[in-house]
Ligand binder design. Structure first.
Ligand code: PLP
Length: 472
């Protein structure tokens, strides 16, 4: 592609992008496809001769777009959002254009220093203490792995990296029964063993019970185990339950256990002072992760990881082969030593564009509005017969289920809800997801796209009422 062709094609694409974002609501939120439908439209082997851009772009529109689930769609209320925004997209265009690989300071000084600065901004915006240093990871799953590995190395005097585990190092990690599955995965990868991940019981609002945590820790110590880390959650994936992070932090301090807070989704809400008041003591943790790629208008991937002891982090991951040594290693952050991958994308740029475009107050306004959507829908559900609320709604995720008259058996109610959810999701109008709480099938409705309006949330709820409730 020549420079002139690039210019022409790029303009074409930008027009397409603006149209896509503007008209997204007219597309079905989920595609009407079966497994294999897309693949069979794609040739079995790569083209030998290069193809012209117009035909590639035509196939993108004809084959790819009809097979996409549209995450920024106004009818997308499933999972957690992975929202993006215009400034974030523009920054990604620039990032791709520069094509920089930001592993050390010298490989892109501006990328490294912008990341330092933007992480300081974000730390302060969320009310985390100044002692924390931030680094952008690809995902929260990676950030929690980094936390566990750092805890493991610090605890062993950085010996396990050298010699592997000794038989005495029988570590235990604690998290709640509602924790994200990434904790399971990370405990396995960190070599601790899934049998040493202790799932602590939750209370009636799905928050970890500190008394049960302390009981487990004591029993484990008595049995010769070493309590290594607690992963608490600020906003669980199933129902955005909030673990009592302050109390958990005190227990961790008492027994010298690493405390990692997984605030992947709900952490963005800490930008609101009234939300911070819900979690006194959250800043006493050892590490903390929040995903701007979920709820802070920054497209995937951008996971902000904050750590108190950055030296321990660097000692855990540092590698220094000759070909990577530079003159300034002692005075700059070489982020290749702050996580698993060597190579890194320039992710700070999009977060910088987003924070500057909206400002702290602009982000606060949007997050408040989203939380208001949750409150509104909760009240709608409470005053509508035939549905019931299944968990508290601290943010914008509403967990509910249908409760048709006459159905008494739990299994039958779950089955009914499963069937209704499948119907809703086949409609292409709105897209919801589900979870299980206390063994019951529960539907999750979360409104947190960047441009989601009250009207769109009302439309989503009206659709559900019209199809499944009014006739009852
Ligand atoms: C989404 C989520 C994760 C996983 O995030 P990734 O960035 O996709 O790895 C972990 N924990 C919680 C609480 C989540 O909501």
């Amino acid at each position: 592609m020549t420079s002139d062709e690039f210019r022409t094609n790029a303009h074409l694409l930008v027009d397409w992008m603006a149209d896509y974002l503007g008209n997204l609501g007219k597309l079905p939120v989920t595609p009407d496809v079966k497994p294999g439908d897309i693949k069979k439209q794609l040739p079995g082997s790569a083209p030998v001769e290069g193809e012209a851009f117009p035909s590639i772009f035509a196939d993108f529109k004809d084959i790819i777009i009809p097979g996409m689930t549209h995450w920024q769609h106004p009818g997308f209320f499933a999972y957690f959002p992975a929202n993006n925004s215009e400034p974030s997209i523009l920054a990604e265009m620039l990032t791709a254009t520069m094509g920089a690989q930001c592993m050390t300071w010298i490989t892109s000084p501006a990328a490294e220093e912008l990341e330092e600065r933007v992480m300081e901004w974000l730390r302060d915006m969320l009310g985390l203490p100044k002692e924390f240093t931030g680094v952008i990871q690809d995902s929260s799953s990676s950030a929690t792995l980094v936390a566990l590995l750092t805890a493991r190395e610090k605890r062993s005097g950085f010996a396990i990296n050298r010699r592997g585990f000794s038989p005495e190092e029988k570590f235990r990690v604690y998290t709640s029964t509602q924790a994200h599955s990434s904790v399971d995965k990370d405990v396995k990868i960190a070599g601790i063993g899934i049998e040493n991940l202790i799932k602590i019981e939750v209370d009636e609002v799905f928050a970890m019970r500190p008394d049960k945590l302390e009981e487990s820790i004591r029993n484990d110590i008595a049995a010769g185990f070493i309590p290594l880390a607690v992963v608490s959650t600020f906003g669980t994936t199933s129902s955005t339950a909030i673990d009592p992070v302050g109390e958990i932090g005190e227990i961790c301090a008492k027994y010298q256990i690493w405390h990692h807070v997984d605030a992947s989704y709900s952490g963005t809400a800490l930008i609101l002072p009234e939300i911070r008041m819900l979690v006194p003591g959250i800043g006493r943790c050892d590490s903390f992760v929040v995903n701007p790629h979920k709820w802070m208008f920054t497209n995937f991937d951008c996971s902000a990881y904050f750590i108190r002891d950055k030296q321990a982090l660097q000692n855990t991951f540092s590698i220094m082969p000759e070909y990577l040594k530079t003159e300034v290693d002692k005075i700059v952050n070489n982020y290749r030593d702050w996580g698993v991958p060597l190579g890194r994308r320039f992710r700070a740029l999009k977060l910088w564009f987003v924070i500057r475009t909206y400002g702290i107050s602009g982000i606060q306004k949007k997050i408040s509005a989203h939380i208001e959507f949750g409150r509104w829908l909760k009240h709608e559900i409470l005053r509508t017969s035939g549905v019931e609320l299944m968990a508290p709604v601290p943010f914008n995720l509403v967990c509910f289920r249908f409760r048709p008259e006459g159905l008494k058996e739990e299994d039958a109610i779950s089955l009914y809800n499963e069937k209704v959810l499948a119907e809703i999701n086949h409609s292409g109008e709105i897209f919801l997801s589900h979870t299980k709480l206390n063994g019951r099938f529960v539907i999750r409705f979360v409104a947190g796209q960047t441009h989601t309006s009250a009207e769109q949330v009302q439309n989503g709820w009206s659709y559900i009422k019209r199809r499944f409730l009014d006739k009852a």
